[in-house]
Design a protein around this ligand. Structure first.
Ligand SMILES: [Zn+2]
Ligand SMILES: [Zn+2]
Length: 154
């Protein structure tokens, strides 16, 4: 695959937090397949039902999907001020240099906010139980996640 930002620059396979991503050596952006974005977030918080909707304020992007060459769509990551590009064909996400760190920072912030809310509402114990119990992998869970991501679409 070629970098959607740098003409002619080939993406190279790279290990990022145990996730195999395709990164551009030139602009240091990276491509994440659909499930890899979820894996990235899971390094901070793996409770999908607490993550909320991923996509807000969708608009046309200025780059094309490195897999299918269709124009991508830009959205604000989980209603934060972080624009990310994704392929409508379901191929994946393009993160510019440093955006993967922002994703993790925002997921950590969300986790802190959720804990604060849970403790304010006296649901702290139940919340902790939910957080510490890793969910077992189950068939079809990937499609459920994808569906979950789109429930917040406008
Ligand atoms: Zn590049
Ligand atoms: Zn695509």
């Amino acid at each position: 695959m070629e970098c959607p930002r740098c003409r002619g620059s080939k993406l190279v396979l790279q290990d990022h937090l145990g996730i195999e991503v395709d990164a551009c050596p030139q602009c240091r952006g990276m491509w994440l397949d659909y499930h890899e974005m979820d894996q990235l977030e899971d390094t901070v918080m793996d409770q999908d039902h607490l993550k909320g909707s991923m996509m807000y304020a969708e608009r046309p992007s200025d780059i094309r999907c490195p897999k299918c060459a269709q124009p991508m769509t830009t959205f604000n990551y989980r209603a934060y001020d972080l624009p990310i590009d994704f392929c409508d064909g379901g191929h994946g996400f393009w993160l510019d240099a440093g955006e993967e760190k922002r994703v993790l920072e925002l997921m950590e912030k969300r986790l802190r906010d959720l804990k604060r809310t849970a403790s304010a509402e006296g649901e702290w114990v139940g919340f902790l139980k939910g957080i510490s119990g890793r969910k077992p992998p189950r068939p079809g869970s990937f499609m459920n996640r994808v569906k979950g991501w789109f429930t917040g679409r406008r």
